[in-house]
Design a protein. Structure first.
Length: 125
């Protein structure tokens, strides 16, 4: 009976450790996720103190093994923040700002001259 109980507990423990390892591999470490979110908040306050943040989400890329943050401002501008090769935070604020301005201009032109119900999204890569 003792060997059977030990075998069951060993298999259960192995299964739980395996599941947690797979979760961390694909989603990142939860503590690192929170740490990255806090560093993004500090970065935004230091770099762009005039921008009010409405929402922030952090995601993990298991392919690159890096965290990314998407910050939504009160003006609905989506800013993407990640780390570069030197592990410094970088953002795409100016690209996102121009993308938003050009999209608005294209939408106004299309709605005025072509179709008032048309929707357009312009991306700058």
């Amino acid at each position: 009976m003792g060997k059977r109980k030990f075998l069951i507990w060993s298999l259960l423990t192995t299964f739980i450790v395996l599941c947690l390892s797979i979760f961390v591999y694909f989603n990142g470490n939860p503590w690192k996720n929170r740490e990255f979110a806090q560093s993004v908040e500090r970065y935004m306050k230091a770099t762009y103190p005039e921008i009010a943040i409405k929402h922030q989400s952090v995601s993990y890329s298991f392919k690159e093994m890096k965290y990314y943050a998407t910050v939504i401002t009160n003006s609905d501008l989506a800013i993407r923040i990640s780390t570069d090769y030197d592990n410094q935070l970088v953002d795409n604020y100016y690209v996102a700002k121009w993308q938003d301005e050009v999209s608005k201009s294209i939408i106004m032109y299309i709605n005025k001259h072509i179709d008032p119900k048309a929707k357009v999204q312009f991306f700058i890569e």
